[in-house]
Ligand binder design. Sequence first.
Ligand code: ACO
Length: 362
Amino acid sequence: MKSGLEDVVAAETVLSDVDGERGQLIVRGVSLDELRTRRFEDVVAMLFSGFFDDVPDGDGLAAALGKARQRVFAEVAAVDAGLLRLSPVEGMRALMARLPDGDDLDTALDLLAAPAVFAPALIRRQRGGQAMAPDPKLSHAADVLRMLRGEAARPVEAQALNTYFVTVVDHGLNASTFAGRVVASTQAGLTSAVVAALSALKGPLHGGAPGPVLDMLDAVGRPENAPAWIEATLDRGERLMGFGHRVYRVRDPRADALKAAVAAMTAEGAIEPGRLRLAEAVETAALAALKRRKPDRPLETNVEFYTALLLEALGFPREAFTAVFSMGRTAGWIAHAREQGLGGRLIRPQSLYVGPRPQQAA
Ligand code: ACO
């Protein structure tokens, strides 16, 4: 048995390839270097192509996604005190679970619109404000920021969120995508698959790491404190959030894509340079300590580290970072669910029983 299914191939896909040795990511034949410059709506059209009837081009998909944002906004009326007591990702998951199951493009677009509409609405309501209705004419990224803040975002900010969405849009058979494909293999429908994937994403070993990355930066406080803080944390046997990956044995290329977006925001004055300097000092100290302590297991910076800085600068509260991750990744989950449902068999592996046999138990 392979612990954690490490190195086990469990699906064939045309959607994305993660080359952990070279540190390369390809989504439908497009490298991350190229992908990160594209509009989210164009990337979604590319991901969905062949998995639904009549997938529109990027402009058509942008218009349809804008309408979907308006459609799902009606669900925000169901937000009650119980939902507002939950974390944004838990509240969002509850609202998403109310959407009907289906396998068509409208169901897919509603699911893609759902985190983008529900997370900002819940954040605003938790702060005592009113939810903002979507503007279907805006790009997905610009509308998310507008619904979060109540006013238009600067172009550099909308661009940064767009870069984030396309950088995390799909990533091979990660834990959440696998969870979604298992559900899709039972023919349960897209909503069921996406809600399962979202549940897997929220754990701190997967999509829940960037909030704790900020907690770490706050605890370190100043660049010169980084080495001692990192050593003390590792001495306690704790993991450093934002470092290590199951597949990458070199630096996660998404970390570079997001660091470039963070640098662009810093140059435009949207991020305080001191915050970036602190993050770089923590990164340098962490990489040095991990290399020294785990010489046989390359542990490099992963996507979550610079995600934390980017989402903080865009004004998302740290407890909502996983919800923002899902705004991008839902497109990948949907495409994988369709790929699995259309072509794959029921996923049903075996377990190795290591408990007592009846005669031993007696
Ligand atoms: N900090 C300190 N030590 C680490 C870290 C880390 N971030 N990551 C791995 N290690 C150590 C482990 O303790 C283990 O040491 P041991 O052999 O002495 O017990 C060794 O490296 C191997 O670790 P595994 O748990 O086998 O690695 P795995 O592939 O299962 O885990 C994971 C990958 C979960 C991402 C891990 O590196 C981790 O916990 N990182 C921190 C959380 C994080 O950043 N998650 C986001 C990942 S990106 C994403 O999912 C979108």
